[in-house]
Structures are given as structure tokens and as C-alpha cells.
Design a protein around this ligand. Structure first.
Ligand SMILES: [Ca+2]
Length: 262
């Protein structure tokens, strides 16, 4: 309402519609047997309905003397243009010389058996250690490797191959692991990494070609719940080797993670 200088009242009403335009899309493709996915068709940090962000240096550099500090910042974890970018950077942070990102589905997606499909593009800088993997959901009480570990895809110093490895504990208490490798000519392009996890047998594939096969039995932990971890480590004792002196930044880019029931 306005009051005029000539003492006449003027009043009026107008409706204004304000719409917020969001392109965020959290839906999954309409595929049979698909039970969980993240297509990363939204913007910001990874969807906290699906992922927990792990931060810090872990114990003993996540068990491997790794060189990065994991943060929950957009500088290290960025969902945009349909993909998740896990970005490792050279920067002093939390007493470390590098930062990066690590996310997991524990307590949000814990499952047994099925097919996990991840479309990803790997970093190529010397010293980078990208990993797409699963850890036994009992890891807080069943100390590793008792809880079991399924490394769907890891890449170490030699960027000409990718590797799948299972870790577990033998009944005599000794640590056991078994890994197999597959040559990859262009790891920094998108490829599909698939885990086929069934009772008694675990396989993995690179673009549909088998990387790994192993029989499992009930003395092993592979008939229990596991969860998914995506991370980009640097250096450490795991086989990635020293980080390139001129390392500035590199990216593990993930187009989607899909989990199908068997
Ligand atoms: Ca996508």
C-alpha cells in the first residue's frame, strides 16, 4: 500500500511466482535387478543418503603409509556434469603434502552377493593409487583381514594393467590374498569394471573381459555383508611407488556405480 501526498490511498496486489530450477536427478536407470545406484547426476558433494565421506589419514596412513589427507571439501570430491571427480592435489593440509577423497557406503549400503558395475576413468600420474573396492561390513570387530576385502579394481605403479585382489584370513590365522591382472591400454579413458559375486565364486571383468576368477568357501568371509569404497590414494607401501616430483593434481572420475541382484 502506498500513501500519496494528496491523501489518496493507492493499493494493489500482484502475484509473483518464483521457481527454483534444479537439474539434480537422484534416480536410477529403469533396469531389472538394479537394487542400488549412484549416477552422479546432481551437483555438489556425493549424496549423503548413499555415501559417507571418510576424512584424515587413518591409522598408519590407512594401513599403508599413504601420503594423502582425505577431506570432505569440494576441492577433493566434486559431483558435476554427471560424474564424481575424486581429485588428488598437492597442497599442505593436516600435516600432509597431498589431499584427496575417500567415500564409502557402510551403514547405507551393506549387501551380500550381486553384480557391481562401475564406469570409471583412472588417474595416470606416477604415484597415484586409485581403488574401487569392497570391505567386509564387520571390519570394526572382525579386524582386517578377518572381515575380508574385495578389490574390484586397483592400479599401482605400472599403469599398463589393472588388478583384482581378494584378502582374507586363513583358519590358521595367517593372512591370505589372491590377485589377478589384466592389461589395459588406455586406463585414463572410461572403462566398465564389473564384480560378479556369487556364493562359491567371485569374478571380475574389464569391459566384459574377465580379469579375475576365484572359488570361495565357507572358511572365508565372502558370504557375509560388504560395502563399497571409492578412493584415490597416493604413494605408500601398497605398490603405487613414489609420487612424481611435479605432481600437481589428478582425478579419478566415476560416471556411475550400479549394484544388481544376482
Ligand atoms: Ca553419470
Amino acid at each position: 500500500m502506498a500513501y500519496s501526498s494528496t491523501n489518496d490511498f493507492i493499493s494493489g496486489e500482484e502475484k509473483i511466482t518464483i521457481s527454483v530450477i534444479s537439474n539434480d536427478d537422484y534416480s536410477c536407470p529403469d533396469e531389472s535387478n538394479l537394487v542400488w545406484c549412484d549416477e552422479f547426476n546432481y551437483n555438489g558433494l556425493p549424496d549423503d543418503n548413499k555415501w559417507n565421506i571418510e576424512t584424515g589419514t587413518g591409522e598408519w596412513g590407512w594401513g599403508n603409509n599413504e601420503l594423502q589427507f582425505y577431506t570432505n571439501r569440494a576441492e577433493n570430491l566434486e559431483v558435476s556434469n554427471g560424474t564424481l571427480k575424486i581429485i588428488a592435489k598437492k597442497e599442505e593440509y593436516g600435516g600432509m603434502q597431498y589431499t584427496s577423497g575417500r567415500i564409502m557406503t557402510h551403514n547405507k549400503l551393506d549387501f551380500k552377493y550381486g553384480r557391481v558395475e562401475i564406469r570409471a576413468k583412472l588417474p595416470s600420474t606416477q604415484g597415484s593409487w586409485p581403488a574401487l573396492w569392497l570391505l567386509g561390513s564387520s571390519y570394526q570387530t572382525n579386524t582386517w583381514p578377518l572381515c575380508g576385502e574385495i578389490d574390484l579394481m586397483e592400479q599401482f605403479a605400472d599403469k599398463s594393467y589393472v588388478q583384482t585382489t581378494l584378502h582374507w584370513q586363513n583358519t590358521n590365522g595367517s593372512r591370505a590374498q589372491y590377485g589377478q591382472q589384466k592389461t589395459i591400454s588406455d586406463p585414463a579413458s572410461f572403462h566398465i569394471y564389473t564384480l560378479d559375486w556369487q556364493p562359491g565364486i567371485i569374478r571380475s571383468f574389464l569391459d566384459g573381459n574377465q580379469i579375475f576368477v576365484m572359488s570361495t568357501n565357507n572358511s572365508m568371509p565372502f558370504d557375509e555383508n560388504f560395502f563399497i569404497i571409492l578412493n584415490f590414494a597416493l604413494g605408500g607401501n601398497g605398490g603405487a611407488g613414489p609420487v612424481a616430483a611435479n605432481f600437481a593434481q589428478d582425478v579419478l572420475e566415476i560416471d556411475y556405480v550400479r549394484v544388481y541382484a544376482n
